[in-house]
Design a protein around this ligand. Sequence first.
Ligand code: HXC
Ligand code: NAP
Length: 278
Amino acid sequence: MFRNDLLRPKRILITGGGTGLGKAMARRFLELGATVYICGRREDVLQRTAAELSPHGPINAIPCDVRNLDAVETMIDSIWKSGPLDILVNNAAGNFIARTEELSPGAWNSVIGIVLMGTLHCTMACGKRWLASNHKATVLNISATYAPVGSAYVVPSAVSKAGVEALTRSLAVEWGNRGIRMNAIAPGPIPTQGAFSRLMPRPELEAFALDRNPMHRFGTTEELANLTAFLISDGSSYINGEVIRMDGGEFLQGAGEFTALGRALTNADWASLKPRKK
Ligand code: HXC
Ligand code: NAP
């Protein structure tokens, strides 16, 4: 689907790149010629991923907690020593299902700190450097389909992702005339250990999610990585300020007034509803 030098010689930071979707993106970007940096809190996880992916291209692992602005500045400084980044992928996240009235202040802080503040810290650290040196660059934020409408039981994540989408649209305009594009992807469920262990901890919750999806399957990390590669590449240079949903139509399944008739009515019902010939 892509030329294998599509992302050469781009330098890309993927936050949360040691696992799940971030790791899949890292692999794809390396295959397409990029130099990749991954960060996360757990150094052992990062090192294992870097060792596994290094046959595909140059990959560097930097332990960093994106909630901590000083730590982010130190990481970005260390990357810039060998040259500016061209692309930032804000992918790191924290999430779990819980009843909102039971959340402690620490629980709110934890998720908002990672998802919203972490995205802000990394975007500001890179953005200030790019603007100061007139460096063309792209930011891609990983959101979730519930950001524009909210979702019960993942409320710290919903408010944070909504903020991330507002940031995406705001800075696309404010920084767009200075060579910085900013977009987001809102994936539907894609099996990763990190997400599914926290959001679908029982098999019946997975079955429930599958049943809601018009395509009756989850997305794949390859599908996500391909969309991401397109959106960060120069081939999509006029796409700015967009949130692209990739969920097999799951979001729209809940939107149409009459969609549920597909489950409520049988073939016999449909036949009986046809107008009778006079
Ligand atoms: C209620 C919880 C909780 C839970 C943690 N807390 N888990 N409260 N229900 N299940 C509370 C703790 O009691 C604590 O509050 C506070 O949250 C912080 O918890 P810690 O474990 O001390 O924090 P930390 O080690 O920083 O872990 C952060 C985390 C954890 C977010 C809680 O889950 C994590 O590390 N997540 C990273 C990876 C991840 O979540 N991946 C999934 C992304 S998927 P107190 O009051 O004691 O301080 C995603 C997909 C969305 O976003 C869409 C899917 C379709
Ligand atoms: P994941 O494997 O748990 O990825 C989350 C990553 O973020 C981990 O590598 C984690 O590493 C890192 N991280 C967490 N807190 C951090 C912090 N404070 N500082 C730096 N890194 C931190 O889950 P995933 O499914 O791949 O999720 C990736 C992204 O996709 C997230 O933005 C998520 O909201 C989004 N998403 C996923 C799905 C899905 O179904 N999988 C659907 C919609 C959206 P450490 O723990 O080592 O820090």
